[in-house]
Design a protein around this ligand. Structure first.
Ligand code: KG4
Ligand code: ZN
Length: 338
């Protein structure tokens, strides 16, 4: 195969991510613009504002990324964009730019599944997992346990029955009056928390199977907080203790489910990715699990846990190398199974 250079464009939600991935030299450059400040005052992502901000930012970031990598458009051999799942307007902003550039530069373009991007993000690191492995994919919209036998060879083993893990973090933060996005806020507070003041339930661990459920945990959090308010004990310490108990419950649950998946599939390699994989407690618990099993665990670097262009450039380069590309009649898919 001749060397390739893939331009990746990620715009599924509230981050504009652009990257250049070279098939032999690896990641050449990447740029990220986060809209977090724009949405913070609303306590969540406002879709229409997100689309407009992507439109404003994509091309300047493409230029910036080309400059960082000291490359020209003529060096690029293919373009990858996030086709779904995500916010329709946000997806269309990225796809329209990707398709237009591909048309102007006469290059192939391929629409990538956002979760495949997350799933493959650890491949951007120096030590990469070999296939097959179990992947725990935990983000704001998904909580999945997947058996991965190769690029594009994914089997869903477990899913969430209600809220995704990241969604549970975000809702917990909102209930406690903490900022958006909630995951980093909850985990920052948890550091000050006392670990044995509250013991939250470990949802679904007593039931067989690999499905997960986090909405009960959210309700438990709310009731604990309301009770503390009733008792005039809604202090910062209580807030921190609740964050700690919540985070421990999520981490424990994920560890138990991962262990079960590895045993079921007879594997000893675990990949953890998606926004929630940035969580310190979850990383520690899963690392301890794999140490104990004398297995291997892989995480993306922190900046590639959450949404970014690098993972889309990487996944797209693999898809393009396999001969896949889309024609001009592109369609975005706000809902799309992996
Ligand atoms: O992967 P991502 O950037 O976007 C989606 O594809 O959803 O994930 C965002 C989610 C949010 O719910 C955010 O609260 C959560 O990841 N998150 C965290 C942490 N950092 C981000 N959750 C727990 N601990 C963190 N440190
Ligand atoms: Zn994501």
């Amino acid at each position: 195969n001749a060397p390739s250079l893939t331009l990746g464009i990620e715009t599924s939600c509230d981050e504009t991510g652009i990257a250049l991935y070279h098939s032999e030299k690896g990641l050449l450059a990447h740029s990220l613009y986060s809209q977090v400040k724009l949405h913070a005052e609303y306590g969540g992502v406002v879709p229409e504002l997100a689309s407009r901000d992507h439109v404003r930012k994509i091309l300047p970031l493409v230029r910036e990324t080309l400059d960082k990598a000291q490359t020209q458009p003529s060096d690029i051999t293919g373009i990858a964009y996030t086709r779904g799942p995500g916010l329709m307007g946000a997806l269309l902003s990225g796809a329209a730019v990707a398709r237009s550039l591909a048309f102007a530069w006469q290059l192939p373009a391929v629409g990538v599944h956002h979760m495949e991007g997350h799933l493959l993000a650890p491949m951007l690191e120096d030590t990469q997992p070999e296939f097959p492995f179990i992947c725990l994919l935990v983000s704001g919209g998904h909580s999945m346990i997947i058996r991965v036998d190769g690029i594009g060879r994914y089997r869903l083993l477990g899913d969430t029955l209600d809220d995704a893990a990241g969604e549970a973090f975000d809702k917990t933060a909102k209930m406690l009056g903490l900022g958006y996005p909630g995951g980093p806020e909850v985990s920052k507070r948890a550091l000050q928390g006392v670990s044995d003041r509250y013991k939250f339930p470990r949802p679904m661990v007593d039931r067989p199977g690999l499905d997960m459920s986090f909405s009960g945990l959210k309700t438990y959090t709310l009731n604990t907080w309301l009770k503390a308010k009733d008792e005039n004990d809604a202090t910062e310490q209580t807030q921190a203790d609740i964050c700690r108990a919540f985070e421990m419950a999520v981490a424990d649950t994920l560890r138990i489910k991962c262990k079960r998946a590895l045993e079921q599939e007879g594997l000893n390699r675990l990949v953890v990715s998606g926004g929630v994989s940035a969580n310190r407690e979850i990383r520690e618990q899963l690392t301890a699990l794999m140490d104990k099993r004398r297995g291997e665990v892989f995480f993306p670097r922190l900046e590639f846990c959450t949404d970014n262009g690098a993972m889309i450039a990487y996944a797209g380069s693999k898809r393009l190398a396999a001969g896949q590309s889309d024609d001009l009649n592109f369609a975005c898919q706000p809902r799309w199974d992996l």
